[in-house]
Design a protein around this ligand. Sequence first.
Ligand SMILES: NC(=O)c1ccc[n+]([C@@H]2O[C@H](COP(=O)([O-])OP(=O)(O)OC[C@H]3O[C@@H](n4cnc5c(N)ncnc54)[C@H](OP(=O)(O)O)[C@@H]3O)[C@@H](O)[C@H]2O)c1
Length: 327
Amino acid sequence: MHKVVRCHEYGSPDVLRVDTVPTRKPGPGEIRVRLHACAVNFPDILSCAGTYQDKPKFPFSPGRESAGQIIDCADDITEFIPGDRVMLWCASDHDGYAEEVTLPAKCAFPMPKSMNYVEAAGFMLVYGTAWHGLVDCGRLNSGEVVAVHGAAGGVGMAAVQVAKALGAKVIASAGNDDKLDIVASQGADYLINYNKDNTRQRMKEITNGRGVDIVFDTVGGDLMKSSISAIAFEGRILIVGFTSGEHIKAPTNIILVKWASLIAVRFGQFSRKYADRTQSNHNKLLKLYDEGKLNPYVGKTYPLNRAADALKALQRREITGKVILTT
Ligand SMILES: NC(=O)c1ccc[n+]([C@@H]2O[C@H](COP(=O)([O-])OP(=O)(O)OC[C@H]3O[C@@H](n4cnc5c(N)ncnc54)[C@H](OP(=O)(O)O)[C@@H]3O)[C@@H](O)[C@H]2O)c1
């Protein structure tokens, strides 16, 4: 038997329950993993609330990624052996917040030797989204100016680091100065406090009126409006998330005149449809990690049985970087 944190109904994070469930032996193509750390992401809050695009059947565990050590492999598994340390990308299909999980080996990726479980648990989604957004969708070129909105969050901080590693000048925006100090320590070149500063004007000033080449927006609402009016000619605006809860009607006339693009980023969908390209992106990210160019920033950890508190802290905007559950 082992513990798993699950939703049995939709609602606030308080609906999460710690269940004790039977352990399952791996079937063909599967591995069993003892989890040491499980990542919490903003979409987990939406899954609990029943407002996320994917709606798994009840009861489900809202976590999407974790890290641990393999304790059993089916006879047909050749790529792993018990004892291997792996990071898991389970999307919404397998228990994400749990002490252990049995799942297809294709969900597991070897951990670099120098990475610990807490860093590994929260690596794949945020860096995968950052890379897919900036490179596949945004076609980032070295030397371009990238504005990352919501830069103190998990995905935002990863986007700052990936953009810097790829040679961009980075403007990072967040909602308070303490968070911005931390974002600056992660490599951002220019800072904007969107609760105090005029974001549109600052993006224009920083680029001497030219505008930003790429916007990586995890917040939406008014920031998206400012981004569209501060985008450079041929700029790319990446729609990543709506933590503000606000969606805008895009002024398509400005987008047309600027010859700009408004591009949807959907890492989960991309990883399901293009497993090979996702693996290739992941390998490039691990290379950057090995070179010391990516620095997973974990703001806080909670024990697994306090998953609801971790989600509520994220909801209250108390976390900078990642929040991780430990078993
Ligand atoms: N498109 C994709 O493929 C993809 C993949 C993963 C995640 N996402 C989306 O990306 C967004 C960020 O995810 P995440 O896991 O990085 O979240 P996170 O760690 O909670 O960061 C979100 C940031 O949004 C800012 N924010 C602004 N208004 C907010 C509000 N009303 N409530 C909460 N936060 C607010 C917060 O910073 P301040 O306090 O500084 O304002 C916070 O740092 C989410 O919308 C998520 O669904 C998209």
